[in-house]
Ligand binder design. Structure first.
Ligand SMILES: Cc1cc2nc3c(=O)[nH]c(=O)nc-3n(C[C@H](O)[C@H](O)[C@H](O)COP(=O)(O)O)c2cc1C
Length: 212
């Protein structure tokens, strides 16, 4: 038996344990649970261009209606992100809070454009793309949110590509979320509005999904 046999065996078991822990931590269900919409981020964590590109690249693996692949993406960080933060609206259901709180604004964004006029199939691709990118972000230890309320003219002014029909459709903010978010089960007829209590953000989720 080699001198370091036990040491190697121990190291091997430890590594297998780590891989197992990572698998459990990032199982598909846990990614979905962690994939909440964050409206407050750790400003000390600066999202890098590389991180945004890695997230965008997941779109090379997504399905697409008629495989048209009409979506294009603009990653935004640093000064452009600071400017872009002035052009978004967060937390319409909590207008009194004026989200995001000062000092917890996102500092990375991905703007999603379509190269053809928006239609049902483009929108389905858009939903798949947005959720895929958010899950990828969560898998990388980051968080995000879809933002439909943004200044489209400003989003257009950020790109050099001036081809006809290019249309900004949705924005994804990316960062290290610094909020506590909890899901609350609700019935179909209950209010769907998210709310905050004692600093916790509660998101109601309808439980009856299957129809007869
Ligand atoms: C297409 C889409 C557009 C959205 N636009 C905004 C937005 O403009 N501002 C905002 O604060 N939240 C926006 N959200 C986030 C939703 O409010 C959020 O998904 C919902 O409250 C449920 O929370 P959860 O994502 O944590 O489950 C958007 C979500 C989606 C899917």
């Amino acid at each position: 038996m080699a001198d370091n046999y036990l040491e190697k065996k121990f190291e091997d078991l430890k590594n297998r344990g780590k891989i197992y822990q990572r698998r459990v931590r990032n199982s598909i269900d846990s990614l979905f649970k962690k994939n909440r919409s964050y409206r407050g981020y750790d400003s000390k964590y600066k999202v890098s261009l590389n991180e945004l590109i890695k997230i965008i690249e997941i779109n090379k693996l997504t399905p697409s209606a008629r495989n048209q692949q009409v979506l294009r993406f603009k990653p935004i960080i640093e000064n452009q992100a600071i400017e872009f933060t002035k052009k978004i609206k967060l937390g319409a259901a909590l207008p009194e809070l004026n989200l995001p709180f000062k000092g917890s604004e996102p500092n990375g964004y991905i703007i999603i454009y379509s190269t053809v006029p928006e239609n049902k199939w483009v929108d389905i691709d858009l939903g798949i793309s947005a959720q895929s990118m958010l899950l990828k972000a969560v898998d990388m230890g980051l968080n995000g949110i879809c933002i439909g309320a943004f200044d489209k003219e400003f989003a257009l002014s950020l790109i050099e590509d001036k081809r006809e029909n290019l249309e900004p459709l949705l924005v994804i903010a990316i960062g290290k979320g610094n909020e506590t978010i909890k899901l609350i089960p609700i019935n179909e007829g209950d209010s769907h509005n998210y709310y905050r209590e004692d600093g916790v953000h509660y998101v109601p989720k309808v439980q009856e999904l299957i129809i007869k």
